[in-house]
Structure formats: C-alpha cells, structure tokens
Design a protein around this ligand. Structure first.
Ligand code: F6R
Length: 608
C-alpha cells in the first residue's frame, strides 16, 4: 500500500513531474514522501515524514536536478513513519535508489545474511534489503543493473512493485512487479511508471499494464518488458485511456469525497449501460453454481451483504456473504469445484480479497469478479469480470464505487430472476423501470436534502457515539453509514440489524443518544417502527431516513431526511445510503477532519 511514480523526460525537471504524480497517488498512503533523481552520475534524494504538501513546504521537492527519477508516497507497514524509513531507499554506497509498494515476507532472513556480509542498514523497512541485494549482485558479478534486479527479485518472497535507479546506469529505470499494481504511461517525449493511471493521466493517456512476474527497462527510447523467469521479451502496445485528466481532479469541490458523492447519478447511469454479454455470462455461472459466496472487504462487503438479500428475494438464490479476511478460515476447506465466488473489490487489489481468491482457485472453485479497475489483479484471476464503471475514486472512503457495485449486483439479481422465472414479469418490469430512475432519485436526494444533512451535522456534532439501525436490506445500509461516519469523522458508532438491538446494544441508550434508522417503505417498516418506539422510550434522539410522505415515522422522529420516491424494496439501498454518505462528510468537516485522507487508512489495502 503506497504509491510509486517514476519518469524519464527528454526535457524538463523530473522532480516536479514526480511531485505532481505523487499528489495524485497520495490516496494510497500519506505518512511520508520521497523523491530521488539522477544527474551526471550523481544521485539526489529528498524525503521526510508527513503529507506531500507539508514535506514540500519544508524541503521544496521540486528542487532536485535531472530529467530522470523516482518517488514514493508511503503507508507504513514495516518501520514507523520516520524519515529514515521513508522511500527511496539506498544501498551502502548510495549508488542505487529504489521505491517499493508491497511487502517482502522474508526480509528478516535476507537482512541477517546481508549484515553478515557487511551491509549496513539505515532503516527498519523490509524494502531496504532490496537495495542491498542489488548492490551485492552487482558486487559479486559484472551483471548489468537489470540482471542484478532480476537475480534479486528471484530471492524475494512477498509482493512488490519496484522502480530502481542507479548512478552506474543513469539513463534507465528498472521496474518489476509481483502482486502490487504497476502501469506505464507512454508520452511523446517522456515515459512514466506509476501505481495507478491518474498519476500520469494529465501528461499522457497511453498506458501499458504490467503483469505479475514481469521486469521492465525504461529509457529515453521507450520500454522493454520481459518475463522474470524465462527472460522472454513481451510485446505489449499502449492502450488509450478515455478518462479525461480532469475526471481525476476535484472539479471545484472542496474534497474528492464530496465530488464523488455528487458524481453518483452520472456513474450510476454508466453502470446501467453495462455490456449485456458480461452480465449474461456471469448470471449463467451463478445459476449453475452449487454454492455461491459473495466475498469482499469493508464497503465492498456491505455491497455483498445487500446483494445476498437481492439474490434471495428476486432470484431465490441462497448466497453466503463472507468478509474476505475470514474466508479461508471459515470456508477454505469446504470450497470445491462446485463453489462459485463472486468477488467484489473496487480496486481489484485488496490483499485479503485476493488471498481468498487464491485459496478458492487452488480448490478449483470458479471466481467471478466485480471491480472498478480494469487490469487489476482481480480482472486477471477471475474467470469472468465486470467493470463497474465508477471512474477513478480518489477519496479514501468508498462512495460512488459502493453505489455502482450495488447497481451491478442488482442487475445480476434481476437477470437471474428472469432466467429462473421465479417472480412475475410484471414485478420484474416494475423493478427494471425503477432501476433506470435510480440515478435521478439520487440526484434529487442530493439536491433537496444536502442542506438539511449539513444542518443535522451541525446539530449532532458534539455527540460521542451513534447507532445505525435497519432491517433486511437496510441492515447493510446501516453498516455502511456507520463505517463512513467512523472512518472519516472518527466517531465511534455501532450498526446492527434493528431486531438485534434489543439483545444487548440497547443498554447503551440514554437520554439524547442519537440513533439513525433506515426506514424504506418495505416489508420491514412495521417492525422498524416498533424498534423506533423502543429506542424513543429510553430517551434516544431519533434520526430517520424515510420515503417522502411517511407521516407516521416523521411524527416519531426528532429529525428526518426524505427520499423522493416510492421504491421496490430491493432498490432502496442506493438512494438511502446517499444521505448517510453526506452526513459522514459534513460530520467530518464539523469535527475538523480531512475527509479525503482519514488517518491510518489508505485507498487500496494491499497488505494482509
Ligand atoms: C471504506 C473503504 C474500504 C474498502 C475496502 C475494500 O470506505 O473504502 O472499507 O471498501 O478496503 O476495498 P476494495 O473494494 O478496493 O477491495
């Protein structure tokens, strides 16, 4: 989990290009930053702890000479976020510099061996061993830099995306990839390497995805890709990326999170334009599966939880939603050739999720993927995958990717319902018609309710804790609303299926304790009204998310947010989660938090 960026420019200053690229990657980690450049056989490095802007204010990251260099924005795994642990890391003689995203599992053994050979380590990171291993390879033989890197990565267990430079061969950057993302950007007079496409999108929209087990040599004349094992050269032409650079910018919003919440109607419209053949193929796999697991982490898991209700209600398919990090322990031994995993990961790179996939694949299970990133590891290991079409999401908290996931999963459940003939055509047509309207409903919810949500955040900002309750599908919405509030406003919160609240959590309730109820007008409404009464009787402050015109709940609630339309029950999660995303955002602002960069978190969690 970290962002890496490197470039070779025919003209101009590499350091400022790297600085700019790293800013776009800051969502991947931001506890320290560093840049190394080469000029006339000399290596120049600046690095320190803190967010990029703070480090730049102290050190001027643009002030490094040369047209070639590498940079890194870090999310600490091994070694605390101190200056010495910031990347780039160097060998004993400061002739090699490298940046790394991933984890080297056998670094302790390697470090001991290298220390016995006389190497001195400056940091506590796993990464530094790589610099010393390359130094050792170069010392022991007369290998070129790329050969030394190749021999080095063969000794590494774990994951890596690497960019390496050396004063001995100052015209190139060597990169390698295993299980951590790496893409090239190919400009007219420049070449880039980065963890993610938005990092270089303002410079070029020609991109080449690097696969696991590949090594790349970048120089002024272009790129050469080879297989690490066989040394076979790979020909891979750049693909054109259609994201406009400004799509990855804030477009006038104060934060990416707010921009991404507002972008949901547009994204949901895209998600409704998915290619039929992929939906159809995936539906066929689900229909034939002996058992179906819905596997994901965090917000993506909440989409899976909601989907389990949709598959059951619409297509009469029982599914098991499973938190990816628990999958191997819970189901690892029973998964078999008849099992199907529908794996949901917006990044397609979440280590826990990929771990579950790997274990299931080893037992011959079928893996289907839903992700936002084409070229991600999930798209390469899945039998079939669907791209959810959310566009790049920069805010660390998932918002638009969540609602797009819900939309795709709903479409799958509807298709399966049609295939299985379990519910009437009339009912399916009504759901399909409303699904088409969801983007408009979300748009009008944002337009009409945002100001009210803002006021609610002002009213409730002093509260120490919140409760989120929903029933049925809305229990997934409750969990998601609570995750958003906790992760960006740092307010401890609980979420439960409302029926479960009286089995323990209700003891927390005292005068003024805020409880947020998700109350669509569906089969759970009567029961949720009873739950509201129970909480009210004990002094809770009730905030209800209701369908417009629900007079009964309006009377019971201290505050309410109205969703503009009547919905078939399977469609309620998307519009009902929108005010909760806004609530978390405005609470974060009230609490003086940075909603785009919550502490201790990163956008793509590529460690287990
Ligand atoms: C929360 C959030 C995380 C991710 C989780 C899985 O806002 O973003 O909980 O949902 O880390 O990430 P993906 O979907 O990339 O596998």
């Amino acid at each position: 989990m970290c962002g890496i960026f490197g470039c070779i420019l025919k003209t101009g200053n590499a350091a400022s290009a790297i600085h700019k690229g790293l800013k776009k990657l800051e969502y991947r980690g931001y506890d320290s930053v560093g840049i190394a450049t080469l000029q006339e056989d000399r290596l120049f490095i600046k690095k320190d702890t803190g967010k990029i802007d703070n480090v730049h204010a102290i050190h001027n990251l643009d002030d490094l000479p040369g047209g070639l260099g590498i940079g890194h924005t870090r999310w600490a795994t091994h070694g605390a976020p101190y200056q010495v642990n910031a990347h780039p890391h160097t060998d004993c003689n400061n002739t090699i510099a490298l940046v790394h995203n991933g984890i080297i599992e056998n670094f302790a053994e390697l470090k001991t061996e290298l220390e016995e050979l006389g190497h001195t380590f400056k940091s506590k990171t796993d990464t530094e061993v790589i610099a010393h291993l390359i130094e050792e390879e170069l010392k022991r033989t007369d290998l070129s830099l790329v050969d030394a890197v190749r021999e080095t990565v063969k000794q590494l267990d774990g994951s890596y995306a690497l960019a390496i430079i050396s004063v001995k061969e100052p015209d190139k950057i060597i990169c390698a990839r295993k299980e951590s993302p790496l893409v090239l950007g190919v400009g007219k007079d420049s070449i880039y390497v980065a963890s993610d496409i938005p990092a270089f999108l303002s410079e070029t929209n020609k991109s080449v995805v690097i696969e696991d087990g590949e090594i790349i040599i970048l120089n002024h004349s272009g790129y050469e890709i080879r297989k690490i094992d066989s040394w076979k050269e790979i020909t891979r032409e750049p693909k054109t990326i259609n994201w406009a650079p400004e799509m990855a910018e804030k477009q006038g919003y104060p934060h990416f999170m707010l921009k991404e919440i507002h972008e949901q109607p547009l994204r949901l419209r895209n998600t409704l334009r998915l290619q039929n053949q992929y939906l159809e193929l995936m539906t066929t796999f689900l229909d034939r599966a002996g058992e179906v697991f819905l596997v994901a982490c965090g917000t993506s898991y909440h989409a899976c939880l909601a989907a389990s209700y949709m598959f059951s209600k619409l297509s009469f398919l029982a599914t098991h939603p499973v938190i990816a990090s628990e999958f191997v322990e819970q189901h690892g031994k029973s998964v078999n050739i008849d099992s199907t995993l529908l794996v949901v990961s917006q990044s397609g790179e979440t280590a826990d999720t990929l771990d579950a996939v790997e274990s299931a694949r080893l037992r011959a299970a079928t893996v289907l993927g839903l992700t936002n990133i084409v070229g991600s590891t999930l798209t390469r290991v899945a039998r079939v995958y669907i791209c959810q079409q959310s566009g790049p999401e920069i805010g660390v908290a998932a918002t638009k990717t969540f609602t797009s996931q819900l939309s795709v999963l709903t479409q799958l459940a509807i298709r399966l319902a049609k295939k299985r003939g379990k519910i009437s055509h009339v009912e399916i047509e009504e759901i399909e018609e409303k699904l088409e309207q969801i983007p408009d409903i979300v748009e009008s919810t944002i337009q009409h309710q945002e100001e009210k949500v803002k006021q609610l955040a002002k009213k409730y900002k002093g509260k120490q804790a919140f409760f989120f309750l929903g029933r049925g599908l809305s229990s997934a919405v409750a969990l998601e609303g609570r995750l958003k509030l906790m992760e960006i406003a740092y307010i401890p919160s609980l979420a439960y299926p409302a029926g479960e609240s009286k089995h323990g959590p209700i003891s927390l309730i005292e005068q003024g304790f805020p409880v947020i109820f998700i109350c669509p007008n569906d089969s759970t409404r009567k029961a949720i009204i009873s739950n509201i009464m129970e909480m009210k009787a004990r002094g809770a402050s009730i905030i209800a998310i209701i369908e417009k015109g629900d007079k009964e709940i309006k009377k019971l609630a201290d505050d309410y947010i109205e969703i503009d339309t009547e919905l078939p029950e399977v469609l309620s999660p998307i519009p009902f989660v929108t005010p909760l995303q806004l609530f978390a955002y405005y609470m974060a602002l009230e609490c003086k938090r940075d909603p785009d960069m919550p502490r201790n978190l990163a956008k793509s969690v590529t460690v287990k």
